[in-house]
Write a protein that binds this ligand. Structure first.
Ligand SMILES: Nc1ncnc2c1ncn2[C@@H]1O[C@H](COP(=O)(O)OP(=O)(O)OP(=O)(O)O)[C@@H](O)[C@H]1O
Ligand SMILES: N[C@@H](CCO)C(=O)O
Length: 319
């Protein structure tokens, strides 16, 4: 992630005392990502990740950090937040909310094969099941309401062809979300951003999922569609690779079988997931924030993905 807020080891020398982590020994800004300020933090007790939240306030954060704790306690491989001496998981640093979580082993698999997609599918299903009894509720803040609010803000920057696609897809998704099949879809806390760069592998074994800061209450199917649109595609064309899609969906289905309503909604949900990221990337591109290091994501990629999903059906969910 980009570093928006500067932090030095000196800044941490007093602050870290409230955590059972000993002294802070090293701190290194992480330059990937676009939402928060992240640092690898080495202390006398080991390796951690320090995150300072740039866009989320104290009221929103319990949902994310408690969800991570809830999932970690149920054996889902996610970073475990470290409480301070008052039991708090979110603490102010430079006036902004901050958290320390355990560092996961492994590295991202940016060139996934079916075996990796199967790991991701099975883990996602376990995550959905483990989240069923999570008590806190927060909507997906990048869900339909946000799309409705944000489309008019980016339209002035688009040519007529792109503007027409964005508007017609939003209308299509609004109609779908208001219909009877959508109402039958299972909902719960979902990750909503489980891209390749948010998952760690050690060899072919998935060792962890992180970056829960877009998590919210949404349909499980939306989460699967977001994941498939990143893990199972040819990156140049946006086309789905059927072997990888089937590896992901079959592994998910083996843990948590799909319903008829989900099977019926699959093609539409893949389009919704493409729209969500096209829109957020357009928004981020045209309304950039200041940052010491910033790597903007390319909106055109998800425009291509959306056009592909409209033109070419994915394999059936229960194939
Ligand atoms: N718990 C963790 N364990 C190991 N590495 C981590 C952990 N959390 C974050 N990282 C590293 O930090 C990088 C950035 O983190 P993260 O993806 O959460 O940032 P972000 O700004 O929210 O990014 P994004 O654009 O993906 O939303 C990751 O790519 C990963 O390398
Ligand atoms: N995964 C998002 C970035 C926010 O996490 C994207 O690729 O646009």
């Amino acid at each position: 992630m980009a570093v928006f807020t500067s932090v030095t080891l000196d800044d941490l020398s007093q602050w870290i005392k409230q955590f059972p982590l000993g002294k802070a020994l090293a701190l290194k800004g992480i330059a990937s990502g676009i939402e928060n300020s992240n640092f690898f933090l080495t202390t006398e007790r080991g390796e951690f990740v320090l995150t300072i939240f740039e866009n989320l306030d104290f009221a929103q954060l319990p949902f994310y950090v408690q969800l991570m704790r809830h999932l970690a306690e149920r054996g889902v491989p996610v970073p475990a937040p470290v409480p301070n001496d008052r039991g708090e998981l979110v603490v102010a640093l430079h006036g902004k909310p901050a958290t320390i979580v355990s560092k996961l082993d492994g590295s991202s698999q940016m060139d996934p094969q079916p075996v990796h997609c199967a790991e991701v599918g099975a883990t996602l299903a376990k995550m959905h099941l483990a989240g069923q009894d999570f008590a806190l509720r927060q909507p997906n803040l990048r869900g339909l309401d946000w799309w409705i609010e944000t489309v008019p803000k980016v339209l002035p920057f688009l040519d007529a062809d792109k503007a027409a696609l964005l508007q017609s897809e939003l209308a299509f998704q609004r109609a779908f979300a208001g219909g009877p099949v959508y109402a039958e879809l299972a909902h719960g806390p979902v990750h909503a951003d489980l891209f390749r760069n948010n998952v760690m592998f050690v060899g072919e074994r998935l060792s962890g999922c992180f970056d829960f800061y877009f998590a919210g209450w949404d349909s499980w199917l939306f989460d699967i569609a977001v994941t498939a649109n990143d893990w199972c595609i040819d990156l140049d064309s946006g086309r789905l690779d059927h072997d990888r899609v089937l590896a992901l969906t079959r592994a998910y289905h083996a843990v948590r079988p799909f319903t008829d309503a989900e099977a019926q909604s699959w093609q539409t949900m893949l389009r919704a997931a493409a729209l969500r990221f096209w829109l957020s990337r357009l928004y981020d591109l045209h309304r950039p924030r200041e940052a010491e290091m910033l790597t903007p994501h390319d909106p055109t990629h998800f425009e291509r993905v959306l056009r592909e999903r409209i033109a070419v059906p994915a394999p059936d969910l229960t194939a």
